[in-house]
Design a protein around this ligand. Structure first.
Ligand code: F6P
Length: 319
């Protein structure tokens, strides 16, 4: 195929720029024309589309955010919206499209594929909550950011003999929480995937305090939320001073780690290889370190396991 488009959609994630760069450069290297579609499907519908050349993606591999901007697009969830998107692709001669985003963005890609535009989804979200892949672009950077911030909180929590309750992102999933918890040596990790009992947590803290432990770090997944209430309850039940911190959107920014840059590049390049072969309606992922691709509907129907083993290891060694 001769002309392709690329867009980023949904919440941004560090490494999206590396993925855009790989798609643009791979396509140019294979003799295709590439269009950057700005603000996701919104830009497709509005015609906010720019032709990309060799220099369009210079100096972005190390930057967070997305140079193509991103948005959520309710109109693209309607049949009329998808038909309008298809018409815009036809008008510009765009035969293939790389969509970098999460599950919601892939649904749009499946609908557009059904209209005859070859779409390839690339998993881009800090949450790592896409079932068909072990890894999503942005996950590693977000966890490293969360880890650095929790390390800083630990310093002050230690000085004051406090409980620090820290809420991390992850949407409905606890993948960021469990890994950050492990990496920061958290006393407790609270996610929606594993039942918890606040009384048991408080009693265990008191038992640990009796044996000399003086400060406590509790990581809470945003899907559980209520971090301020959790801090209040722990303070009330233990008598230990507690503070809650919601890390929030800082976790979505920053220069991507090596892992995010490399995986984004591998997957971006692979997406263009699929399009080159005239293959569409696929999501690209990484399984056991290998690049894989799945039918979009099949990918959307998959279920991702939470690493309960890791969660329990963290609990067992937190004394
Ligand atoms: O999907 C990424 C994410 O940052 C989630 O972790 C979080 O639940 C959500 O996006 C926040 O969305 P918004 O940027 O719309 O506040």
């Amino acid at each position: 195929i001769k002309k392709i488009g690329v867009l980023t959609s949904g919440g941004d994630a560090p490494g999206m720029n590396a993925a855009v760069r790989a798609v643009v450069r791979a396509a140019l290297s294979k003799g295709m024309e590439v269009y950057g579609i700005r603000r996701g499907y919104v830009g497709l519908l509005n015609g906010d589309i720019i032709k990309m050349d060799e220099r369009s993606v210079s100096d972005i591999i190390h930057t967070g955010g997305t140079v193509l901007y991103t948005a959520r697009c309710p109109e693209f969830r309607t049949q009329e919206g998808v038909a309008k998107g298809k018409a815009k692709c036809d008008e510009l001669g765009i035969e293939g499209l790389v969509v970098i985003g999460g599950d919601g963005s892939f649904r749009g890609a499946a609908d557009l594929s059904a209209q005859g535009v070859l779409c390839i989804g690339l998993p881009g979200t800090i949450d790592n909550d896409i079932a068909c892949t072990d890894y999503t672009i942005g996950f590693d950077t977000a966890m490293n950011t969360a880890m650095e911030l929790v390390d800083k909180l630990r310093d002050t929590s230690q000085s004051h003999d406090r409980i620090s309750v820290v809420e991390v992102m992850g949407r409905g999933a606890g993948h960021i929480a469990v890994n950050t918890g492990i990496a920061c040596g958290a006393t407790d990790i609270i996610t929606k995937e594993v039942p918890y009992d606040i009384n048991a947590i408080a009693n265990t803290m008191l038992a640990k305090k009796a044996k000399g432990k003086q400060n406590f770090v509790v990581i809470v997944a945003e899907s559980v939320g209520h971090s301020q209430e959790i801090a209040n309850m722990l303070q009330e039940k233990t008598g230990i001073d507690a503070r809650a911190t919601i890390l929030g959107h800082v976790q979505r920014g920053g220069s991507p780690t090596v892992r995010d840059r490399v995986e984004a590049t591998r997957m971006g390049y692979y997406a263009v290889e699929l399009l080159e072969q005239g293959i569409g309606n696929r999501v690209v992922g990484i399984k056991d370190s290998k690049i894989v691709d799945y039918d979009i509907q099949e990918a959307l129907a998959m279920h991702k396991e939470y690493d309960e083993k890791l969660h329990h290891i963290a609990e067992e060694i937190a004394f």
